[in-house]
Design a protein around this ligand. Structure first.
Ligand code: KIV
Ligand code: ZN
Length: 522
């Protein structure tokens, strides 16, 4: 069942749904995760790390659903070197045809002493036991020791050799804190690979780098040159703190510099742009304009000299073609007169897997939107489709919103919310129309949130573009983020806030039923 690969193939292990989702301010619901997993399968990544099932019942369900629905990639789940974590991970991935348990501990003395409160020997023993236990669920087991780049190399050789002998098929060497320098990391990976493989030849060496010093991609590539044959990465480089190795940069570097690496990946590069855009829209994490490969400026030539060169011969200034990553000319897609059929067709072509009732609701939103703005772009459709995925049973729904604001007016909001057959109505004022609307929601729902972040982004071009509001709201110690889009930005903010309220009410109800184990900080 484990992935057996030839020497010139680099396995792409995508952890957008696990490490990526840990990015501050980014949270994906169950439905959004499934949609991204479908897109990752179309991108032809080899492994999807779908989540950390012990973290919460919601995480477990998301991994389980992905394991049931996604065909093609191996589905991996994360677990500490603890039996109950491994058992939970094993159950979550059970439906997948190809499944992997990724169990992790730490390698550095500072982590062992301060976090795990274990000696090196205890950690080794527990890691070996965890790998053997994980092998009772699947024969594809990955082991990671966090913080390897601040660990003793002799201990790492001993630890990784022991877990490989116990049955780990992939050995992942994380630079958890983004401390490594490419040449140094390459040497470390080369030494570890040589010494462990002398005892266990078939094992795959993997790397997982964080971007704290901006070197995650460079470090991963140095490791690949030194013999690593799996790279762990995320779409748009999303992840904890400054993020992880960016998938699109790794894949395009290996492809574009074939002459240097002489390696290949299985990734269907023409899907890259589409997945990047989907992940950005769903997480609310904006891709910076000058981001390599997928940023809006990545293929834009502004200077006269460059434009002149490009017109004469494209390769004078372009090392990749936009179409290689799936950028096509205009993405103007549908208009007011596009029928249901064209709408459904377009969503399918964009890789969105909506149910019939979700398509019906999305179509109605599309018609409303087409009445308000002339041109509808793929990003508009993504936002409409994404809004259908905010599915919580018995949620409050915004039925009516009226605000008045202006320099001479006290900002007020009148709202009507529905929940099932119940109808709630109230009005209030605030220091602006958004404040007035959110305070009124607090009063109706009897939940008090504190707004800690409000960001607004135009979804497409033009003065009539939809605005997407991304919010972070604190409810006591819980922080929830949500997003919503509309041509009316007050409405978008109100809907996003109501999503946060619905989510906290749902979480509290679920929490009352099941005790949550938050797991360690990763
Ligand atoms: O950064 C890290 O060390 C991790 C491990 C769990 C692989 O994410
Ligand atoms: Zn990580």
């Amino acid at each position: 069942m484990s992935i057996k690969k030839d020497q010139d193939h680099v396995i792409i292990f995508d952890t957008t749904l696990r490490d990526g989702e840990q990015a501050p301010g980014c949270s994906l619901n169950h439905r959004e995760k499934l949609e991204i997993a479908h897109a990752l399968a179309a991108l032809k990544v080899d492994v999807i790390e779908a989540g950390f099932p012990i973290a919460s019942p919601d995480d477990f369900d998301a991994v389980h659903t992905i394991a049931e629905s996604i065909k093609g990639p191996t589905i991996a789940a994360l677990a500490r070197t603890i039996e109950k974590d491994i058992e939970r991970a094993g159950k979550a991935i059970a439906p997948a045809a190809k499944r992997r348990i990724h169990t992790f501990s730490s390698g550095s003395d500072i982590h062992l002493e301060k976090i795990l409160k274990m000696t090196r020997a205890q950690n080794l023993e527990r890691s070996v036991h965890a790998v053997k236990f994980a092998r009772t669920f699947t024969d594809d087991v990955e082991y990671s020791a966090q913080d390897t780049t601040r660990s003793d190399l002799g201990y790492l050789v001993e630890l990784y050799t022991a877990v490989a002998e116990a049955g780990a098929t992939t050995l992942n060497i994380p630079d958890t804190v983004g401390y490594a320098i490419p040449a140094e990391y390459g040497t470390m990976i080369g030494t570890l690979a040589e010494r462990v493989k002398a005892r266990v030849p078939g094992v795959i060496i993997s790397v997982h780098c964080h971007n704290d010093l901006g070197m995650a991609v460079a470090n991963s590539l140095a490791a690949v040159r030194a013999g690593a044959r799996q790279v762990e990465c995320t779409i748009n480089g999303l992840g904890e703190r400054a993020g992880n190795t960016s998938l699109e940069e790794i894949v395009m570097a290996i492809r574009t510099r074939q002459d240097y690496f002489n390696l290949r990946t299985n990734v269907e590069t023409r899907e890259i742009f589409r997945v990047s855009r989907m992940v950005s829209r769903m997480t609310g994490m904006i891709v910076q304009r000058n981001k390599a490969i997928v940023g809006a400026n990545a293929f834009a030539h502004e200077s006269g000299v460059h434009q002149d060169g490009i017109l004469k011969e494209r390769t004078t200034y372009e090392i990749m073609r936009p179409e290689d990553i799936g950028i096509e000319g205009s993405d103007l897609v549908l208009g007011k007169h596009s029928g249901r059929h064209a709408f459904r067709d377009k969503l399918a072509k964009m890789g969105m897997k909506l149910t019939d009732s979700e398509i019906e609701n999305a179509y109605n939103r599309f018609i409303e939107l087409a009445d308000k703005k002339k041109n509808i772009y793929e990003d508009d459709l993504l936002a409409i489709a994404r809004d259908q995925m905010d599915v919580i049973e018995n949620a409050f729904i915004l039925d009516y919103l009226h605000v008045s604001a202006g320099t001479e007016t006290v900002p007020t909001a009148t709202l009507r919310l529905k929940r099932g057959t119940e109808v709630f109505q109230d009005a209030g004022c605030g220091d602006g129309p958004v404040d007035a609307a959110l305070k009124t929601i607090d009063r109706i729902t009897k939940v008090k949130g504190q707004l800690i972040d409000f960001s607004l982004q135009a979804i497409s071009v033009g003065k009539d573009a939809m605005g997407e509001v991304t919010l972070r709201v604190a409810f006591g110690d819980d922080i929830i983020s949500a997003k919503a889009a509309s041509t009316d930005i007050v409405e978008a903010g109100t809907r996003a806030y109501l999503s946060c309220v619905n989510r906290i009410l749902f979480n509290r109800a679920a929490h009352a039923k099941t005790k949550r184990d938050p797991g360690p900080a990763l």
